[in-house]
Structures are given as C-alpha cells and as structure tokens.
Ligand binder design. Structure first.
Ligand code: BMA
Length: 340
C-alpha cells in the first residue's frame, strides 16, 4: 500500500488565514467601499468598478453598508438595493475575494439617522429590559438575515459600532458608558454567532483615529469577540501630519495586536477628492508599508457628488499613480490575492 501523501502544513484558506498570510508576507490587501455598486458618475452597472476601470483589477476586498436594513427597506442609506448588494458580495466571494460590512443604523430611540446624537439614552434604550430592546433584536435579525445570505457569512468581515470614541454616532464616546458600549457588542455577537450560528464572520473593532493607546482599549469588546483591531483615520490637512498620525497609531495597534494575538487593519481611510497626484505611493503606501496591517480600505466614490471620492476613476489626477500603487509588490488586489 502506498501511504497517502499530505503536505506537512495545511494551507489555511479561511478569511483570517488569508488576511494573516498577507501580513506575514509584508503585504496588505486593498479594499474599496461600495466599489461594485456605483462609482464616479455611474450607478448599478453590473461588473463595473472605478478601480478596475483604472488598473484592470478589482480590489481584493469590497466594502458594503447595512444602513437601513434595520428598517426592512429595500435600499441602503446610499441607495444601494440590498438584493443587488447581496448578489455583488456573493459574486466577489465566488471570484476569490473578501467582503466587509459596516453598519450605519438609525437611532433606535429618536428615529433619526446614525448621526443623530440628540439623546445620550439611545444605547441604554436597547439594553435588555429597556424600551427599545425588542425592536433592536428585530434589527439584529434583519442584519443577520442579510449577512447569512452572503455565503453563510463566510468570507465576511463585520465591522459594526465603528468610530466609537468620537461622538458623531449615537453609540459614540459621550453618549453611552463603556459598559453599555461593550454590552451592545456582546448582544450583537451573541445573537449573530450563538443564536444564528454565523460562525464564519470575522469581527473588526474600528475606533476613530484621534485616540491614544490607552483610550483605544478602554471600550474594547474583548478577545472573545474581536478578530481584527482596526483604525478609521482620514487625511484632513497636510500629508505630513496624517502620515505621522498613521505611523503612531498603527505602531501602538501593532503592539496591541501582538499582545492579544489579533490581526490589524486600516479599516477606513482616504483623502476626499484625492487632489495629490502621487497620494497612493508617496502618502498612503509610504505611511503604511512597514506597518504590518492586513488590509486598507478607502471610502466610497459617490455617484452623485463630484468631489466625494476616495479611489480613482478614469480621468482622476491620481490615476497613473494608482496603477503604480497596484503594481507594488506589497499591494494585493483580486487577481493576486492568492498568489503572493
Ligand atoms: C459618509 C459619507 C456619506 C455616507 C456615509 C455612509 O462618510 O460618504 O455620504 O452616507 O458615509 O456610507
């Protein structure tokens, strides 16, 4: 009899395994929010992508947002039909990619949007025994139904309750206690994973960028919930300040990730309108290339706002530089996600 020959070390093709491999190889995946849903001056053209139109490749990771799923609506807050979103997300996973979902849910207490911070009782109102708890369970159910329809939640990074130390969302720093914020996470995780069995989901914690190491962990949901330590930080002024902020924050997040045995990522970033022709290589890559992150996500290219874009499109001033960025040995797009 000939013994079966098996490799000594099995390749880990799980989402976390693939992200981990990227970072171990000194590379990071490129992600773009709403890349397949719309772009600069176009909306719902199946297969189209501003990123692909510029460099010939889709991003490795595509971001989507669940905002308004909680209401049972058919369109999300940026007018993407949920059925279309699910189809695009499944197609991207089928092609070997990864997807990530953020969530800007309405304010459960006031009925306003995610940015309605008029009450500091919104998080409290969804806690067990409080007035909006049952309604919130229904919101979680609707979100879980959608995530489940995306490949059973496999290949999906879920990133709720983001930018939580600032106070621009109803779950923000001055709007709830640390205990309430952590309970919000626990309820979300417990429902999705334990009640609904979405065990393949990868969970990302993504505070806003203006916090130090101690504050970063002060509302951390816990090692039992979180897989990826994230950071949301945009360039608002001069590039030097932005680059040194990224180096500082990703430096301490790298230490935390090592201590807690987690991956880490730049979960949202960008320079609105990208007026800097060499921004991709000379600002973004220069600031993050040695950081150890597993992915970077730049925000959406609105179809109906001329300067609200965070990735290039044909004709954008940073177009050529983006092609150079794509060809760097440390950046991963869809075609090379499994090769490098
Ligand atoms: C913000 C802007 C808004 C959008 C929201 C959620 O940063 O892009 O226009 O509605 O994200 O996607």
């Amino acid at each position: 009899m000939i013994a079966a020959c098996s490799p000594k070390v099995a390749e880990d093709y799980s989402t976390l395994g693939r992200l981990s491999k990227a970072s171990e190889n000194g590379a990071y995946m490129y992600a773009h929010q709403d890349d397949l849903s719309y772009g600069h001056r176009w909306y719902l053209e199946e297969g189209r992508s501003d990123v692909k139109d510029v460099c010939g490749q889709y991003p490795a990771i595509i971001g989507f947002d669940l905002g308004r799923i909680e209401l049972g609506d058919s369109l999300n807050l940026d007018k993407v039909p949920f059925d279309y979103m699910v189809r695009m997300a499944n197609a991207h996973i089928e092609n070997g990619g990864i997807v990530t979902f953020s969530w800007h849910p309405r304010n459960p207490l006031t009925g306003g949007d995610a940015w309605d911070v008029s009450s500091d009782e919104a998080v409290k109102s969804v806690m067990p025994g409080e007035a909006k708890h049952e309604m919130f369970k229904e919101w979680l159910k609707r979100a879980a139904d959608l995530l489940e329809s995306v490949n059973g939640g496999n290949g999906v990074i879920f990133r709720p309750w983001h930018e939580n130390y600032a106070s621009w969302f109803w779950w923000g720093g001055s709007l709830c206690t640390a205990e309430q914020y952590q309970k919000l996470w626990e309820m979300t995780y417990d429902y999705m994973v334990n009640e609904r069995g979405l065990k393949g989901l990868v969970w990302a914690f993504s505070p806003n960028g203006d916090v130090d190491k101690e504050e970063y962990m002060s509302r951390y949901p816990g090692d039992g919930i979180i897989d990826i330590l994230g950071l949301d930080a945009y360039q608002k002024g001069e590039k030097e300040g932005f680059m040194s902020l990224l180096k500082n924050r990703l430096g301490y997040i790298r230490e935390l990730a090592a201590e807690h045995g987690k991956l880490f990522a730049l979960t949202e970033t960008g320079l609105e309108g990208i007026p800097e022709p060499k921004w991709w290589t000379d600002v973004l890559d220069d600031a993050i290339k040695d950081s150890g992150i597993c992915y970077v996500l730049t925000w959406r290219n609105a179809c109906d706002r001329e300067t609200h874009f965070y990735a290039p499109f044909p004709g954008a001033v940073c177009e050529e530089n983006f092609r150079l960025f794509e060809s760097l040995p440390n950046t991963l797009f869809l075609d090379n996600i499994n090769k490098r």
